[in-house]
Design a binder for this molecule. Structure first.
Ligand SMILES: [Zn+2]
Length: 183
């Protein structure tokens, strides 16, 4: 996606890297995930959820949030692109994260009270840094529990209006998500 939209002047969309932890103790096995967290003067934006909400469909929210409408369009086009790129098999939704307004996003390890462990990372390129997405997939045995399958995809497209970037990427408008055939 970024290789297609970068030359068009769009900000890249990145995701925080997540690590899986397996913790063993006398009480048994615990499985956890961890990632760096945002801190500092950054604006956290909820662009969409895994159901009917998208910032794009709440036009008033775009105008009052201070978020550049073009970035909202980029993020929504990303969800649409994931759908078309996988031939409608899955799509990435529930997009939320921080927009770098001033050229810097700062993250730290979650052990932020441990100064030595708080490896600070600064990124000077303007971008949208996402966390904790959900995936709707025709195979509903994957990506649970937020995977709403075809109905989740339909909910996205019910509230999605293709913008200029969708058209420049050659994305086809979707009014009815086809019924699954391969699961
Ligand atoms: Zn679109």
């Amino acid at each position: 996606f970024n290789s297609l939209t970068g030359p068009l002047g769009e900000p890249p969309i990145k995701f925080l890297k997540t690590k899986a932890l397996l913790l063993t103790s006398s009480k048994g096995l615990r499985i956890m995930s961890c990632e760096r967290k945002f801190f500092g003067d950054v604006k956290f934006v909820k662009f969409s959820n895994n159901c009917a909400y998208s910032m794009q469909s709440a036009a008033r929210e775009v105008s009052t949030s201070g978020v550049d409408p073009r970035i909202v369009g980029t993020v929504m086009a990303f969800s649409h692109w994931t759908f078309q790129r996988t031939d409608g098999f899955l799509m990435v939704v529930d997009l939320q994260g921080c927009i770098c307004e001033d050229g810097t996003i700062t993250t730290s390890l979650q052990k932020s009270n441990d100064a030595k462990a708080a490896a600070v990372k600064k990124t000077k390129t303007k971008k949208v840094l996402m966390t904790d997405p959900a995936i709707h997939c025709l195979d509903v045995t994957r990506y649970a529990p937020l995977n709403l399958g075809r109905s989740g995809m339909q909910a996205f497209f019910n509230g999605h209006q293709c913008g200029q970037l969708c058209r420049r990427l050659g994305l086809e408008e979707v009014s009815q998500v086809p019924s699954p055939e391969r699961c």
